[in-house]
Design a binder for this molecule. Sequence first.
Ligand code: ATP
Ligand code: MG
Length: 138
Amino acid sequence: MERTFAIIKPDAVERNLIGKIIERIESKGFKIAALKKAALSKTQAESFYHVHKERPFFNDLTAYMVSGPVVLMVLEKENAIADWRELMGATNPADADKGTIRKDFAINLEKNSAHGSDSPETAAFEVSFFFSGTEILP
Ligand code: ATP
Ligand code: MG
């Protein structure tokens, strides 16, 4: 079993897409080990995306991530990290494969509806950034 961290981003929460996205997650065999709705602070968004702090889009990205509530999840399954990224699709919805969440729901490169960890190290950091051990129920 592998664990990954997922966010339903503000653009998708705002458009009432929580259920549709979770439906796809469960259909693909992921167990939702933890789930909560949250309003991130700017400081939290900046710490969470710290790897991008030198990028030109950092301020816009973190402002967008605090523009409305998000849904935070810990997902479990064999190969969860790669499989969740595959289900989300490419970062830019214009490049995403048919049937992926970003192709079907995302608005643009920034407002791309979902986040997923990109490595085991990132997943461990991101899960523990938002959830305590007792909140994760495999
Ligand atoms: P995420 O980390 O959110 O799962 P990702 O790993 O596919 O997405 P990253 O390169 O980590 O992509 O970028 C983080 C987020 O920053 C993207 O999901 C997108 O919302 C935003 N982003 C990335 N590149 C750009 C860009 N060139 N312009 C504006 N926003 C961008
Ligand atoms: Mg990323």
